[in-house]
Design a binder for this molecule. Structure first.
Ligand code: PSV
Ligand code: MN
Ligand code: MN
Length: 392
């Protein structure tokens, strides 16, 4: 049986190399359909969004890549953008496609009944693969707003055929070292039937496509009370868990800070990740944030989120696996549950603070950010101009 000190050492080895990807859109202004509250110092372009992401990495040491969203982050020279990121100590991560913000997509993008609209959508997805080639990015993330609002509005089955056809074309274009991440979402903006509503649909399409197609689990995209950790266990076992889009929800697709609404759920998810080998080296499970900071400061919100993922991961890694397995074998329900709860109730903050100090980082990235003067400097530099935001 592993001693607590061995478990701690093993946990630290994993935590030191844990990589949490930041979304460029978290740094821009965002809001609800009611109001976008603009914040001072918010980036005006993709170059500045990457600079803000680099600040998060400088302080946490755990966020070395930033995901782009095209066309929100469209630039003339992607190789130059990747070089800019490198100069700041980070890299370009996942490329997120956007086939949901154009009038043409009123009835859908890749599932639209009009072949010309489908062509336009697929062309955009192919453009995103070009961006991956130019930036050295491995993953293409596809989320489709496609669906219908009324029974009879369109043929559900034909829409699946159109989806499969579009995915096959894009899959045929990605390189041997690239992956297609297919994200699902229960509802919104479509309210009657969404074309990729759940993990089963995403998984089935990935199986049809091939090994480079994997599922992205956005933690905010399920019905209330869905057992997300079961989905994680299933997909990992099947070798098709490609990535997480981490965030918290109370009601719908709230995009709140991960680990804020339900830290216990995040721990349960991370336990299944650990159990399924998803934190081992080179497993290909990408840990990404997909959040918006509507009212809280954005860089600090991202730092807090990275720390929340680290804390949940640390607790999951501290589970006494031998004690748990023994209790499960013996059918000792309470002992098994206690093995998980003991780990969950451990205060891992001192251990993570020590890990940061050992790496020359401040033990408290939030305080270090507040002290750094970064916000004051960028607020001054970025006066005027149009600030980038969700949809800008
Ligand atoms: C919309 O629901 C969404 O939040 C999806 O989760 C995507 O990953 C994200 O936007 C960025 O396109
Ligand atoms: Mn998402
Ligand atoms: Mn979402």
């Amino acid at each position: 049986m592993a001693a607590p000190s061995d478990r701690r050492a093993d946990a630290l080895a994993v935590l030191r190399r844990q990589h949490i990807e930041l979304p460029s859109w978290a740094f821009g202004n965002s809001g609800t359909r009611f109001k976008v509250f603009a914040q001072p110092g918010v980036p005006r372009d993709p170059w500045e969004k990457i600079a803000d992401a680099a600040q998060v990495h400088r302080l946490t040491g755990a966020a070395p890549t930033v995901a782009l969203h095209i066309p929100w982050d469209r630039v003339d020279d992607y190789a130059a953008l990747a070089a800019h990121a490198r100069d700041l100590g980070v890299g370009i991560g996942t490329i997120n496609a956007n086939v949901f913000q154009d009038d043409d997509y009123r009835l859908g993008s890749v599932t639209n009944p009009d072949p010309a609209v489908r062509r336009k959508a697929v062309d955009h997805l192919l453009e995103c693969v070009d961006v991956m080639d130019a930036t050295g990015s491995r993953d293409l993330k596809l989320w489709f707003a496609d669906g219908t609002n009324y029974p009879g509005q369109d043929d559900l089955r034909a829409r699946q055929d159109r989806l499969a056809e579009a995915l096959a074309e894009v899959y045929g274009r990605i390189g041997d070292d690239q992956r297609l991440l297919l994200e699902y979402k229960l509802f919104e903006p479509a309210f009657y039937a969404t074309d990729v509503p759940d993990w089963g649909t995403a998984y089935a399409h990935c199986l049809e496509l091939g090994e480079k197609a994997v599922v992205c689990v956005d933690t905010g995209h399920h019905a209330a009370h869905t057992n997300i950790e079961f989905i994680v266990a299933f997909l990992l076992r099947a070798g098709r868990l490609g990535a997480f889009d981490f965030n918290s929800r109370f009601y719908a697709d709230d995009d709140l800070m991960v680990g804020a609404a339900d830290p216990f759920q995040l721990f349960r998810i991370m336990y299944e990740v650990v159990r399924g080998g998803g934190t081992a080296e080179d497993t290909g499970v990408a840990f990404m944030l997909d959040q918006c900071h509507n009212i809280e400061p954005k860089i600090a919100g991202q730092i807090r989120s990275v720390m929340n993922v680290q804390e949940a991961t640390a607790k999951a890694l501290l589970v006494d696996a031998d004690a748990l397995a023994a209790a499960q074998r013996e059918g000792d329900v309470l002992a098994a549950n206690a093995a998980l709860m003991d780990a969950y109730n451990t205060d891992v903050r001192p251990m993570l603070a020590q890990m940061r100090e050992d790496r020359g980082l401040d033990a408290d990235p939030m305080a270090a950010h507040a002290r750094s003067g970064y916000m004051e400097r960028v607020t001054d530099e970025r006066r005027g101009g149009t600030q980038a935001g969700w949809g800008a």
